[in-house]
Design a protein around this ligand. Structure first.
Ligand code: IMP
Length: 180
């Protein structure tokens, strides 16, 4: 049995940061007709739900899902693919990709390339978390919640083998093989 995840970012800290990001995004998009928020399933569903509700500008919500890849090199060669696509064309839309976490950056790089090819009016990224020590590709995140150390985190949508997604805080799990 795995122990309960150790708190890294509290529920209160997440709430404050999401509110601040929402204020910043609302300011940046104040002249835009509609922000097309695109959540990446499954990890981003809670972040998207909270972020979309603190925005003060008109917005729509949609989801995409990616096939998981075996290793970052598989992603780099394009073996990642969309398994659930958006319902409407993105051409001319102001697209804001909403991610849970950027680790190596391969997933986001693949997504941004794929979405850019559809000629949106603008394409930006919000991610709740990033592990800067793990980044392998030059990706910049427009709206970042928190940078975290190189640990496996769960909660607030993120999972470990499909567990802990609904924890209200971000916690660190110590897989059994790590425990001496
Ligand atoms: P990347 O392509 O290496 O940047 O991987 C990004 C994806 O890996 C995220 O969208 C998550 O699904 C998953 N991931 C990476 N690190 C973690 C973690 O610490 N906890 C949960 N999921 C993670």
């Amino acid at each position: 049995m795995t122990e309960q995840p150790e708190v890294l970012i509290t529920e209160e800290e997440i709430k404050k940061r999401v509110q601040a990001l929402g204020a910043q995004i609302s300011e940046d998009y104040k002249d835009v007709e509609d922000v097309y928020m695109l959540g990446v399933l499954r990890g981003a569903f809670i972040f998207l739900a909270d972020l979309s509700r603190v925005l003060t500008v008109p917005r729509r919500v949609d989801f995409i899902a990616l096939s998981s890849y075996e290793s970052p090199s598989t992603a780099a060669t394009g073996a990642v693919r969309l398994v659930l696509d958006v319902r409407a064309p993105l051409r001319g839309k102001h697209v804001l990709v909403v991610e849970d976490i950027v680790d190596t950056g391969y997933t986001l790089q693949y997504l941004l390339r794929t979405l850019q090819a559809r000629e949106p009016a603008s394409l930006k990224t919000a991610s709740l978390l990033q592990k800067p020590d793990r980044l392998e590709v030059p990706i910049s995140i427009d709206y970042l919640g928190f940078t975290i150390p190189d640990k496996w985190v769960v909660g607030y949508g993120l999972d470990w083998g499909d567990r802990f997604r609904t924890l209200p805080y971000i916690g660190v799990v110590h897989p059994p093989d790590e425990v001496a």
